[in-house]
Design a protein around this ligand. Structure first.
Ligand SMILES: Cc1cc2nc3c(=O)[nH]c(=O)nc-3n(C[C@H](O)[C@H](O)[C@H](O)COP(=O)(O)OP(=O)(O)OC[C@H]3O[C@@H](n4cnc5c(N)ncnc54)[C@H](O)[C@@H]3O)c2cc1C
Length: 481
């Protein structure tokens, strides 16, 4: 495109957004009949738990479908949803800068349109990848320009059905204020989407060998907000060779840690990103079309081999004095001794540290989350539905939810929770069932339309009688003589 064709300011871009929305605004009639609750509590057609990039995209997509009685709830303050301004520490996103993210087919809403309008086409050409700070700024702009209904500082859960024996039960959502602008009380929703983050099917993990042997002031999970000033002059050990581990190592050293030892359990740090092939139309669109055995086999391969940190993340840590990486260091014991924490590997290598950062991923367990704690026992998991052959057995993946082509949870025991399909899983828990769908910037374009199709279909079918009666009874006159 000629550089002169780009919007030259954010005001100009926002005017274009308004024009594009107007051009695409047909049909434009809200179609979901309103429901009341006897208590007077609000009843939403769709409530979304999480106001990060997923929650925002889903709100926008529902609006485009004229489903307008909607809300997203986020426990964090506005502008601090998700990892970017809270616990993420990388300078640049891993994602390719050309990602269309939450634009959902609207050119003026793309990250590129925003960046180019804010800076210039030349700055875009010079950009390597988005910084996490500018990515959050872009998301804030997207939310503002689309006027999306997010209720911040409000924690949602535990979810429960209002009528546990009814398939069309409303879902009850207790709210708790986590800040001055938060909301309390109870709301109801016909459909609930859990867009509650990468770890939304469980929690960030700290291995027992660490949590069971150290006092809690001697360790932290890497994906936690934490004051790195506290590590000044300290010896830090980072456990785990993922991107968060390298970021934590770099920030610890940048904040004055005397040394950082980063432990890699594998014989060598992975150099190939097994997830990379997933970021293509092939796999975004069609992973879910494969049979269970193939999906299981492929996803075990991908998740076991995982991904190395991005090159710049690795270099940032490696180039700092005091950084050491130890491959083939599987922790066997950790002990608090007089002169600090003694760490011993299975091979007999030893290290001393003052503080441990666990960059050790997350576990999938719906019981551990406030949203799903009261319904976890009803959610079908892979281990309930699929028995892998011994050579591809991998216990952690059996804990992921079993989804059937869409995002709605499936009942563990058919008939025991007939309302469960009104709750949709849009976290990384979708991975073995649907591929790289819930969450990441590059999958939004593929995943959100799929989710919206499911949600809209459910809203329609539950009101089938209303819609068919209205259609039969339609008596508007098109022709007068
Ligand atoms: C260190 C790090 C780096 C990453 N880098 C990239 C990257 O480069 N590219 C990429 O595409 N992805 C990256 N990811 C993955 C990233 O988390 C997701 O792509 C993105 O944040 C997903 O958006 P989301 O809206 O699904 O979840 P989030 O952004 O995590 O938002 C979820 C929101 O849900 C809220 N929430 C959760 N539970 C509740 C509750 N009960 N009540 C109310 N609110 C709740 C949280 O407060 C949070 O704001 C990275 C993740 C991490 C941890």
């Amino acid at each position: 495109m000629k550089t002169s064709a780009y919007a030259k300011s954010l005001e100009a871009l926002e005017a274009r957004v308004r024009v594009e929305l107007e051009l695409m605004n047909h049909p434009s009639t809200p179609w979901v009949p309103a429901r009341q609750h006897a208590s007077g509590a609000p009843v939403y057609d769709v409530a979304i738990i999480g106001g990060g990039q997923s929650g925002l995209s889903i709100l926008f997509a529902l609006g485009l479908e004229n489903v307008t009685n909607i809300v997203a709830l986020d426990r964090n303050p506005a502008g601090r949803e998700g990892p970017w301004m809270t616990y993420a520490r990388m300078n640049l996103l891993r994602t390719n800068k050309n990602v269309t993210g939450p634009a959902l087919g609207f050119p003026s809403l793309t990250p590129r349109a925003w960046y180019t309008a804010k800076h210039s086409p030349e700055s875009w050409d010079a950009l390597e990848r988005f910084s996490r700070l500018e990515w959050q700024e872009y998301l804030d702009w997207y939310r503002r320009v689309l006027d999306l209904p997010v209720q911040n500082e409000t924690e949602a859960g535990p979810l429960e059905p209002e009528h546990p024996d009814k398939a069309d039960s409303l879902i009850r959502i207790p709210l708790k204020a986590t800040g001055p602008s938060g909301q309390t009380g109870v709301i109801y929703a016909r459909e609930v989407v859990l867009a509650n983050g990468l770890e939304g099917c469980g929690k960030w993990h700290i291995p027992e060998v660490i949590s069971g042997n150290l006092p809690s002031d001697r360790y932290v999970q890497a994906n936690t907000e934490f004051d790195f000033d506290a590590l000044r002059a300290k010896r830090v050990t980072v456990v785990g060779a993922n991107a968060s581990g390298f970021d934590a190592a770099a920030v610890a050293l940048e904040n004055g840690a005397s040394r950082v030892d980063l432990l890699v359990r594998r014989p060598e740090i992975p150099k190939i990103n097994a997830h990379r092939p997933l970021d293509t139309n092939t796999w975004h669109r069609h992973f879910a079309d494969l049979d269970s055995a193939t999906r299981w086999r492929l996803m075990v391969h991908i998740m076991r081999n995982n991904q190395p940190p991005p090159q710049d993340t690795f270099d940032r840590a490696r180039n700092l004095p005091g950084f050491r990486m130890h491959e083939d260091f599987a922790i066997q014991t950790i002990r608090l001794e007089d002169d600090g924490i003694a760490i011993r590997s299975a091979k007999g290598d030893t290290l001393q540290a003052d503080f441990v950062i666990a960059a050790t991923g997350f576990i999938c367990d719906f019981k551990l989350r406030v949203e799903t704690s009261a319904i976890a026992q009803h959610i079908a998991l892979w281990r309930d539905r699929y028995a892998p052959p011994a050579e591809t057995d991998w216990e952690p993946m059996g804990t992921y939810p079993w989804l059937e082509g869409g995002f709605a949870f499936q009942e563990k025991e058919p008939g025991a929770a007939p309302w469960l399909h009104h709750i949709y899983c849009y976290s990384l828990g979708t991975k073995p069932s649907l591929g790289l769908t819930g969450g990441s910037a590059s999958s939004i374009r593929f995943a959100v339309p799929r989710l919206i199709q499911d949600v809209s279909r459910q809203l329609f079918l539950d009101d089938e009688a209303h819609h068919t009666t209205a259609l039969h009874g339609h008596d508007g006159i098109d022709l007068t003589l």
